[in-house]
Design a protein around this ligand. Structure first.
Ligand code: PLP
Length: 379
């Protein structure tokens, strides 16, 4: 089976982890924590970085750190991974959904203004699949209405908008280092802050709210969201190989984009002013039935794929009665293809030729019978 993802772990990761094990610094103290955080700030150009144990708690801390809570409204794309929405609900705030853009698959800036109310505190942008949101347009709206910007960069390490790394536009940004993310620590995350005060507050909140000057003095509800030195050791090694990882992913993306020119597949491509990190090399096909047939065909050929996310407004605990046509269409027609950096040319060619073979033998009449077969969330 060719998997959708597989982390690129080298000898440096093992060397650094062994240092932790040999020296006994296996918990959340140790030299790699600071080195990883500082190198991460240097790589991305953010002001302050603090490591945490996953990307979901990174979002939770970001919201608390900005003072967002009960009754506040956060504008967020419905087409995202559930962690973005769950974190908003965890602080008692309300996610207010907007649709996505058909071309870039990112949050539609023109849909934001009509969703702003007296309770709106922030816009949470999510740079999906390695492509950045339209930050000029979104920053303009946020400034006009005095809203904060939170960037969920879990999928956008190595992604640039107008030569600026994602995570440097908003008031706060979060990253994930889950095993299938562009750089990984196994489980892990980072919170990146524009202001020193927010950064200090987040550092305190992730560490049981303990006072810096008085032992066992806790004056606020807080968390243990710390990253371990072992994870940071892996993260530092990953950062040191990041340029290579991204280069290899871009080579794969280029091969896909050239291969799909003459078949009815839209590759999620790069465009002007944008550096796409291709976290997931993705395609959109014409309909949900074709999507399902193609995924089955690839599965039978031992090629793993993933469907697009189910929009939050259609999931049981985050549902609304609204309709978001672009998000629903993307959810039904997107396929994430194998995108791991160390994939061989042989695997790559097998995936491409299997997709081409599918469309060469594709018969519309056969497809119709499966229309909406598993599409209960399609209206
Ligand atoms: C992966 C991901 C997260 C959550 O990260 P974890 O480290 O898995 O908790 C949040 N948002 C988006 C968009 C993601 O893809």
């Amino acid at each position: 089976m060719i998997p959708v993802y597989k982390p690129a772990i080298g000898t440096k990761e093992k060397k650094y982890v062994n240092e932790c094990l040999d020296e006994g610094w296996i918990s959340s103290r140790g030299k790699f924590i600071e080195q990883f955080e500082q190198s991460f700030s240097a790589f991305t150009g953010v002001n302050y970085s603090t490591s945490v144990c996953n990307g979901t708690v990174a979002l939770h801390l970001a919201l608390i750190g900005l003072g967002i809570g009960v009754e506040d409204e956060i504008i967020v794309p419905t087409f995202t991974y559930i962690a973005s929405i769950n974190s908003i609900m965890q602080v008692g705030a309300k996610p207010v959904y907007v649709d996505s853009l058909h071309d870039t698959w990112q949050m539609d800036p023109s849909a934001i203004a009509s969703k702003i109310s007296a309770k709106t505190k922030a816009i949470m942008v999510v740079h999906l699949y390695g492509y950045p949101c339209d930050m000029d347009a979104i920053t303009k709206i946020a400034n006009q209405h005095g809203l904060l910007i939170i960037e969920d960069c879990a999928e956008s390490f190595g992604t640039y908008y107008k030569k600026q790394h994602t995570g440097t536009f908003g008031d706060i940004a979060t990253f994930s280092f889950f095993g299938n993310k562009t750089i990984t620590t196994g489980e892990g995350g980072m919170v990146c802050c524009k202001s020193a005060d927010v950064y200090k507050n987040i550092c305190k909140l992730k560490n049981q709210g303990v006072s810096k000057d008085r032992e066992y003095w806790h004056d606020t509800l807080a968390y243990n969201y710390r990253m371990t030195n072992i994870c940071a050791a892996i993260g530092l090694a990953q950062l040191e190989s990041a340029a290579e990882i991204i280069k290899n992913k871009r080579i794969i993306a280029l091969a896909y984009s050239q291969a799909f020119k003459d078949i009815p597949v839209v590759f999620h491509a790069e465009s002007d002013d944008v550096v796409h990190s291709f976290w997931m090399c993705s395609i959109a096909v014409e309909s949900e039935s074709i999507r399902n047939e193609l995924r089955s065909f690839l599965k039978a050929a031992e090629i793993e794929t993933r469907p697009g996310f189910v929009p939050a407004h259609l999931l049981p605990h985050t549902m609304t009665q609204e309709t978001f046509p672009v998000a629903e269409k993307l959810s039904a027609t997107v396929i994430n293809l194998p995108s791991w950096p160390d994939m061989s040319n042989i695997d790559m060619n097998r995936i491409i030729s299997t997709i081409k073979k599918f469309f060469a033998t594709y018969n519309k009449d056969n497809m119709l019978s499966t229309e909406h077969a598993d599409g209960s969330y399609i209206r």
